[in-house]
Design a protein around this ligand. Structure first.
Ligand SMILES: Nc1ncnc2c1ncn2[C@@H]1O[C@H](COP(=O)(O)OP(=O)(O)OP(=O)(O)O)[C@@H](O)[C@H]1O
Length: 278
């Protein structure tokens, strides 16, 4: 049987993510009004990779992460997440497989929610415990994560009474609750003091170095927040990818200066990065 030209065209257009891709974007644009928040983004995150997404304010980082979290559909382009294709999958089944920590999510957690409940409710992908019953194992896992992230003494405190740093750790524990295959952290160190940031970087380094940890994507503005053990980076500016690839080829003075629009001096010491104006 012969294949018609239109059949062949249709076939070309079918998007099938690479078999080892945890996340794959092809030609992704998100448009609001006349503005492209992200434009023609190609990006592949493969199993075991740990990615930094960096760029100035308004570059489109959070938009990119919302797409990766199956919480926003692109205006054009294709998105593969964990063997599924956005638009052809029930996102409510997909979302529990993705761990997400973001300021938007923090706003959805009710102030009166107990810390333990803020973590365990991730099992159902909800924020705010109602009357749903949780398995004993779920409650046990939530407690283990609360302990691992240094939150034991806060387990019965209300989310609204926590400091910024404490909230950030609760959200990361919550993101790990479903044993996700992909973990997305949007500015987890924002608002932390120096010691808080350093503790978080150390904990994220441990996660990055754990071979059983999920593929990781961490959004940040600051080179100082890049945990050792991260393997790749994507730099964004005005919604477009400046460069993406292995971290040592990406977080260079040339590329970072281009992304932030100013000459920068970049240094590296014991796996940690720092930048100042050149
Ligand atoms: N619904 C919307 N309509 C119009 N513009 C929007 C909308 N949502 C976001 N934007 C704009 O899109 C751009 C990208 O926003 P985004 O939040 O993705 O950037 P970001 O890199 O995460 O920024 P920041 O580092 O400041 O958090 C910004 O200029 C923002 O003002």
């Amino acid at each position: 049987m012969s294949t018609s030209a239109s059949d062949a065209h249709l076939h070309d257009d079918l998007f099938a993510p690479d078999s080892d891709a945890v996340l794959q974007l092809r030609g992704v644009t998100v448009r609001r009004g006349t503005k492209n928040l992200i434009e023609d983004v190609d990006w592949t995150v493969r199993e075991g990779e740990r990615w930094i997404v960096m760029g100035p304010n308004g570059a489109g980082k959070s938009t990119l992460l919302q797409v990766a979290a199956a919480r926003m559909h692109p205006t054009t382009g294709d998105v593969g997440i964990l063997d599924e294709v956005l638009g052809a999958v029930d996102v409510f089944e997909l979302r529990p497989r993705i761990g997400l920590s973001s300021a938007q999510l923090a706003q959805q957690v009710p102030d009166g929610e107990k810390v333990q409940d803020a973590v365990v409710t991730a099992s159902y992908g909800v924020t705010g415990r109602w009357r749903e019953e949780y398995e004993v194992e779920d409650e046990g896992r939530a407690l283990a994560l609360i302990t691992q992230w240094g939150l034991s003494r806060l387990a019965h405190r209300r989310f609204g009474t926590l400091s910024e740093g404490e909230r950030k750790r609760v959200l990361i524990a919550r993101a790990l609750m479903t044993d996700p295959e992909l973990m997305l952290l949007d500015e987890p160190a924002a608002g932390l003091d120096l010691a808080g940031r350093e503790k978080l970087v150390a904990q994220l380094t441990e996660v990055a170095e754990d071979e059983f940890a999920p593929a990781l994507v961490l959004v940040t503005h600051h080179l100082e927040e890049v945990p050792p053990g991260f393997t790749h980076a994507l730099l964004l500016r005005d919604g477009q990818v400046v460069t993406a690839g292995p971290i040592e080829q990406t977080l260079t003075e040339e590329h970072l200066s281009a992304a932030f629009g100013m000459p920068l001096k970049v240094s590296q010491h014991k796996g940690r990065y720092a930048a100042v104006a050149a």
